[in-house]
Design a protein around this ligand. Structure first.
Ligand code: ADP
Length: 499
């Protein structure tokens, strides 16, 4: 390893593509980002143009690589991380997609999932995949494309078409159609992958009607994924790391030990608890998923999702108009008395884990004549902390060891008041790292591990630097009282089948 060695991390997200170059001390030295269009063709449908995903990724990677080279650095490997579950099908001969990418948020296959649930398939699917039968995951999206594009199913069976999540699609393009592969974390979001055997599963392929010849090879997260063709980035760059975004964030947060948790607060929030080398089934409607796979060894996690986190702050800004910027929520909420008595449950699109009630709708509860903007802002920040409490309580019930510490990242965590509310209401120590770009950092770590820039996950764990820490200060009785109020408000949002 030389002092000028650097890693290019490419983070292909839901609303933007981002490239960051990290030096050998894991400091970000070049950044480039580009948004791309979202398409909503009606009926809960969300699509991305495959060419937008590719072209925006290529532009930001080129731009970041150029900045890094101008600073005297040499890019020795590329790491890739991506929005998960989003589904593409393309023609192996021409490299042309046969349909727009169907995005993870897309609900068009809800009826098909309900049909399979009614036939009694959910328990065996969950046992193999760690997931639930929901349109969110890839399998029913692939089948939908094969059922709706003329001749697609027959061509897929003959091996003429390839299926891939966004990582596979970008790998295919980057390597000049030489590599059709994915990593264990992305494969595990398809509903087609047995997380215990770490292989595609023929009975799942039959159930979801996905022909096996469409699938790529599943590799470790730090592995040889081929070489980016010199025409793209000016020189041949080995691709050595791949992981889904939440898994990459876990690695970027150095959550390598059993019992460690990371929570990423963007529009929504995803929390993952490392459960060691043993997959833990959930009795509390969390997902069981590979955290990462290194040197053939799979480490597992329990995952919970909150649909509305930063989106609650967006609602204060765009829906209520009581703040002009998300950052203003902090000062406004600080002006509210701690005993303001208002609970906001932001079940705008239903509630995620551990409630999973798609028909729940939000409430603001406990308003009095003295309630004003500050209390609403504070209730919005508290709602994200309360939802986190419920997630980590479910994790504690599933593992028998309630997490005591949370490593946080994402756009919301610049809000210090939110972090302190989180520590108080979730009852855990909250730690914020110096490098907040944990997703890209995780992809860089994976590629750097394989290239020998960093020798082991222990070395990486030693690089994690804390920016700030919050310990819970609220007395247990006060916290219990607050939680009682929250759960009372949650009950008022649940639909008949969620109760
Ligand atoms: P995503 O990756 O989902 O687009 P980001 O990680 O960029 O999200 O975070 C953006 C979210 O963070 C927005 O929902 C925004 O409301 C919220 N946010 C940004 N700054 C603050 C702040 N200072 N306080 C609270 N929320 C914030």
């Amino acid at each position: 390893m030389s002092a000028t060695d650097a890693i290019l991390a490419l983070d292909q997200g839901t609303t933007s593509s981002r490239a960051i170059v990290f030096d050998a001390h894991s400091r970000p030295v070049a950044v480039s980002q580009e948004e791309f269009p979202q398409h909503y063709p009606g009926d809960g449908r969300v699509e991305h143009a495959p060419e937008d995903l590719w072209a925006s990724s290529l532009r930001v990677a080129r731009d970041a690589a150029r900045q890094a080279r101008a600073a005297g650095l040499r890019i020795v490997a590329l790491g890739l991380t991506n929005q998960r579950e989003t589904t593409l099908v393309w023609d192996r001969a021409t490299g042309e997609p046969i349909h727009p990418a169907i995005v993870w948020q897309d609900r068009r296959t809800a009826d098909e999932c309900a049909r399979l649930r009614d036939l009694g398939h959910e328990a065996s699917v969950t046992a193999r995949t760690g997931l639930v039968l929901d349109p969110y995951f890839s399998a029913t999206k692939v089948a939908w494309i094969l059922d709706h594009v003329p001749d697609a199913r027959r061509r897929a069976e003959r091996g003429e078409l390839a299926f891939g999540t966004v990582d596979s699609w970008l790998l295919w393009r980057l390597t000049g159609a030489r590599v059709h592969a994915t990593d264990a974390t992305n494969a595990a979001r398809t509903l087609l992958f047995d997380i215990h055997r770490q292989d595609w599963d023929d009975s799942l392929l039959a159930l979801f009607r996905v022909p096996r010849p469409m699938l790529g090879e599943v590799r470790d997260c730090a592995d040889d994924f081929g070489v980016a063709d010199p025409q793209w980035l000016g020189e041949a760059i080995p691709i050595r790391g791949v992981a889904g975004d939440q898994h990459a964030a876990m690695i970027g947060q150095a959550c390598f030990r059993e019992g460690t948790v990371k929570a990423t607060y963007g529009t929504g929030c995803f929390a993952l608890l490392h459960t060691g080398t043993r997959p833990v089934p959930s009795r509390n409607r969390l997902l069981t998923t590979p955290a990462y796979r290194l040197e053939g060894r799979t480490h597992y996690a329990l995952e919970g999702a909150i649909f509305v986190a930063g989106a609650a702050i967006q609602w204060l800004r765009d829906g209520l108009g009581i703040i002009d910027t998300a950052a203003e929520s902090e000062a406004l909420a600080a002006a509210a008395p701690a005993d303001h008595g208002v609970h906001l449950v932001p079940a705008f699109t239903g509630l995620g884990a551990p409630y999973w009630d798609a028909d729940a709708r939000g409430v603001v509860h406990g308003i009095t004549r003295s309630t004003g903007r500050p209390a609403l802002a504070r209730a919005a920040l508290e709602s994200v902390a309360f939802q986190t409490h419920d997630l980590i309580a479910a994790m504690g019930r599933d593992t028998g060891h309630p997490p005591r510490e949370l490593r946080i990242d994402g756009g919301m965590v610049v809000n210090d008041l939110f972090a302190s509310l989180l520590a108080d209401l979730a009852g855990v120590t909250v730690r914020r790292p110096v490098v907040s770009e944990t997703t890209a950092l995780g992809a860089a770590y994976l590629a750097g591990l394989h290239r020998g820039i960093w020798s082991s996950s222990e070395t990486l764990a030693g690089q994690w630097r804390e920016d700030r820490e919050w310990r819970p200060r609220l007395a247990a009785v006060e916290r219990d009282r607050a939680l009682e109020g929250w759960h009372d408000a949650v009950r008022r949002t649940l639909s008949d089948h969620g109760r």
